[in-house]
Design a protein around this ligand. Sequence first.
Ligand code: AMP
Ligand code: MN
Ligand code: MN
Length: 336
Amino acid sequence: MSDIIKEVVDWIKKHRSFLITSHEAGDGDSIGSQIAMSFILEKMQKSSLILNKDPVPNTYKFLPGAERIKIQGDEGGIGAEYEAAIFLDCGSLERTGLSLPPVSSCLNIDHHLNNDRFCQLNWIDPYMSSTAEMVYLLADALSIPLEPALGSNLYTGILTDTGCFTYSNTTPRGLRIAAELIESGVDPSSIANQVYGRKSVAQLLLLGAALSSLTLTEDERIALILLKEEVFKKYETTQADAEGVVNYPLTIDSVEVSVLFKEISEDFFKVSFRSKGRVNVAAIAESFGGGGHHNAAGVKMRGSYSLIREQILDSICRQLANPLLSDRERYENNFE
Ligand code: AMP
Ligand code: MN
Ligand code: MN
């Protein structure tokens, strides 16, 4: 067991009641990791409460234990007593979107390189495919039996954060853990179908509208798509219904960076970035106040569409002209 996992194990053993949280607008990794952590704590006879800003998206409601995720304002929510807090897959306190009362002790488990390290104990490892992979290693260190309910949450986190084992964070360890989880009773086909095979007609129409808005730069290395607020309204959809849309332009051979602008309200956009190869979109998102990973990142930006589009294009073009260090090189320079 590594030193940091040992520290995390000791820290958990020291406390009795926990608040578990993650970033707003939950994804498969944040939701799967939180539920898995609550199962682990339950096995250790400890009490926990999962509190999130946003409700579980429909896609992830199938996860065993999804009903454990409470949102601020729910009964048993923010007012409940707890000794310690665990932040999962969450780069900064602000990313929770919650106003949390101070806790005496907190633990931060994450695989984002730009994590603020805002807790007393921070286990940050950008070599992990997902936070779920880290929670798996923790469960293993604690000798928690791998039951399908726990395993399905961990598997979903790894599956979604690696883009079905296709992104550059797909590793032998991640695949071995996935295999262990399948051996312990997780059904990979059923989970893939739950996550990727239950779209609504409206979601496909939204995808169609997004693809109709596709534009490419002259050299065809950057793709841009825009989803206006009125389009979400037209199909009675929400921002969560556009999950995965940003990946499509990357299937064009020449495209290295795909950018999706989702209009939240007038002059306010959620911008998602995906890249293949060397372009580090986390660095671009960070420069505008957001964050993420080398090949997947995001930020919320204020300003007119034409203005933020120009700022972003400028930033991507500069990086295409002058490639940055890879995540691994940055990590090694910063921390080793
Ligand atoms: P998304 O485009 O929302 O799917 O986000 C892609 C990745 O970027 C997520 O997994 C997060 O790691 C990160 N991310 C997205 N939005 C933000 C933000 N506002 N601040 C920091 N990181 C973000
Ligand atoms: Mn996440
Ligand atoms: Mn993650």
